[in-house]
Structures are given as C-alpha cells and as structure tokens.
Design a binder for this molecule. Structure first.
Ligand code: TXD
Length: 319
C-alpha cells in the first residue's frame, strides 16, 4: 500500500500546526491548501526545511488549487475566519458558511472518498453544512471539538488532583460552545470517578464546578490572552488524533461531533457524543446512560446547535 495522503484545507494557525504534526508523526504526505496565495506555499517550504533535521520523509505541498487534494484519504478543514476578542463563535456563522460551501464542493469534486474532519467554528453548524455541501456519507464527515474540550477538562483536573494527565479520563458532550456538557460522573482518575474523589477529600464540589466552568469557556480564555486569534496547538493535536484513529483503524472511542439519527433522542443533527473511529469512519455512536442533570444540559446544548443550523438554512436556501 502506498503512503496515505492528508489534505489540510486552511493554512492558518491550526492548518500549519496540523501539517507539522502530520509530518512528524509520519502519517503520510500532506497537501496544505488555502485561498491566499503564498501562505500555504511559504509554510510548506518552511516545514519541508524541518525534514532533514527531523529525519522524516513525508512530502508537503502548499497549493491554491483544489486539484492537488485529489485522492486524499483524510481532509481536515480549518478554512475560515477565527474569533477575535469580543466575537462569539456564532458571529462567524455567515462568513464561514460561505467558506464551507466552497470547501464542500472542492472535496466533493476531488476527494469524495476522504474521511473529513471539520474544525471550523461554529463547529456543530459548520460540520453539518460541510456534510450537506459535500454530499459525502454522514459517517465520513465528523467534527472536532470534544477531543479538545475533554483535553482541556483533563488538564485542569490533573492540575487539581496533582496526578499525571494521562491518568485522567474525562467526558465532554454536546455542542462546542458555552453550553457544552462536561460529564463529571464519567470522568475519572485511573477509573475512580470524580464524585468518589470528592468524597475521598481530593477536591470539593465547588472547585470541580469552577473547573467545569473554566472548561466551558476554555476557548474564550485563550482568545482573551492571545488577542490576535484563537487556540491552535491543542486544537491541531486533537484533529490529528482523530485522523490517526481513521488511518490506522484504531477503533478509538473519542468524543466527536457526529451525525445523530435517533441516538440520544436527536435526529438529523451533528452533536458531540462518544463515537468509535476506525477505518470505516464513524463506525459506531456510543449511547451512554446520562443522569437527569446531564441529560437536561445536553438538551440545552442541542437546542443551541439547532438554532445555529436553522440560521444557516435561512442564510443559504439551498441547505
Ligand atoms: O474546537 C474547535 N473546533 C476549534 C475551532 C478550536 C479552535 C479554533 N477553531 C476554529 O478553527 C476557529 O474559530 C476557526 O474557524 C478555525 C481555524 O482556526 P485558525 O486559528 O487556524 O484560523 P486562521 O489562522 O485564521 O486560519 C484560517 C485560514 C486562513 O489561512 C484563511 O486564509 C483560510 O483559512 N481561508 C480559506 N482556506 C480555504 N478556503 C477558503 N474559502 C478560505 N477562507 C479562508
């Protein structure tokens, strides 16, 4: 079998970081696409010059031509505009919907067999729109948010408990936004659920509540600090984890924005839920039992996603 091909649509902060990660992890050859002339070519030249030092062979090409993504196994989409301070994810809706149309049509024409990972915000609406515009099967189009949101939650919990980050597992469900649902009872340190750790005196309910809140506004905290854009290292690392799960048929169980047709009582919508990713794309949607509170919070989150999708449909009547 030949080398895999990974197409990165959008050569901004996340796109450039994705390219570097894909090459250092030797996932395959990479094509970096952007509408701005010079940016993908310049980043590709810079990153190719890491090659001799990093002793890796993967080829990287920067381009403004969709024809170059032909036959890609994976497309990771970060094209669009990122949040500036004071801007909500929803403000991005109109601008990025047009971008999804162009990208969806590009993928449909040149890489219809790819596994597509959407990262562009507002995530849950953009992944839905990208799927509509591309016409690809629902199990081959997925959104990245939960892996990042749960990594943020795990990072804060590991700091709180003073344990290794790899020993903390965490679940975050729902839309990628202020209504996301970090599920405390399914979050553990090496299998010990957080409510038990509170009983053991490792933390208090108040402190955990504050961590949940900080996780929910985790993106905004970074936007406020950077002032010129949004987070990109952890978002790129999260996207690569999903791409790797597909390319290596790892059957990873990851929280992703996936298309629901009946699961969790939802129909025709992309929402963050646990899924299994392997060579078949989204191979299974895992329906876990949620407590009354988590269920109610998930519904609030789902309603927010529904509103965004309806707004997309108003903007573009072809949807
Ligand atoms: O968890 C998550 N899903 C996210 C999402 C976490 C962090 C950031 N998230 C969103 O990702 C963010 O709100 C943005 O919508 C995307 C990309 O973030 P990034 O930080 O990479 O943004 P940049 O640096 O502005 O890069 C965007 C690039 C830029 O080079 C534009 O020229 C390009 O997208 N762009 C396009 N490329 C291809 N095709 C079209 N039409 C296009 N329009 C702009």
């Amino acid at each position: 079998m030949g080398r895999h091909k990974i197409a990165l649509i959008g050569a901004g902060n996340i796109g450039g970081t994705l390219a570097h990660l894909a090459l250092t992890r030797d996932l395959g050859d990479v094509v970096l696409f952007d509408v701005v002339d010079g940016i993908p070519q310049g980043k590709a030249l810079d990153l190719n010059q890491c090659g001799p030092i990093e002793a890796r062979e993967g080829a990287l090409k920067g381009t403004n031509d969709y024809a170059d993504i032909a036959g890609a196994d994976v497309c990771i989409v970060t094209a669009g505009v990122a949040r500036k301070p004071g801007m909500s994810r929803d403000d991005l809706l109109g601008i990025n919907l047009k971008v999804m149309k162009a990208v969806g049509e590009g993928i449909k024409a040149h890489a219809p067999n790819a596994f597509v990972i959407c990262i562009t915000n507002p995530l849950d609406a953009m992944v839905w729109a990208l799927r509509e515009f591309s016409g690809l099967p629902h199990n081959k189009v997925v959104g990245m948010a939960g892996v990042l949101d749960s990594a943020r939650f795990r990072h804060f919990l590991a700091e709180e408990f003073g344990v290794a980050k790899q020993d903390v597992t965490a679940f975050v469900l729902g839309g990628h936004g202020d209504t996301m649902v970090p599920v405390v009872e399914y979050s553990t340190v090496a299998g010990i659920p957080i409510p038990d750790l509170i009983k053991m005196g490792w933390s208090t309910q108040e402190r955990i509540d504050a961590i949940v809140q900080r996780t929910r506004s985790g993106g905004g905290e970074i936007v406020g600090l950077l002032k010129t854009g949004s987070a990109f290292y952890a978002p790129a690392t999260s996207g690569i984890e999903m791409a790797e799960a597909y390319l290596k048929d790892q059957k990873r169980l990851l929280p992703c924005a996936a298309y629901l047709d009946g699961q969790y009582g939802q129909d025709g919508l992309y929402v963050g839920v646990p899924v299994i990713i392997g060579a078949g794309g989204v191979e299974k949607i895992v329906e876990i039992q949620l407590s009354g509170e988590a269920k109610a919070n998930l519904q609030v989150s789902v309603d927010a996603v529904k509103e965004l999708v309806a707004a997309c449909q108003n903007i573009d009547e072809s949807l």
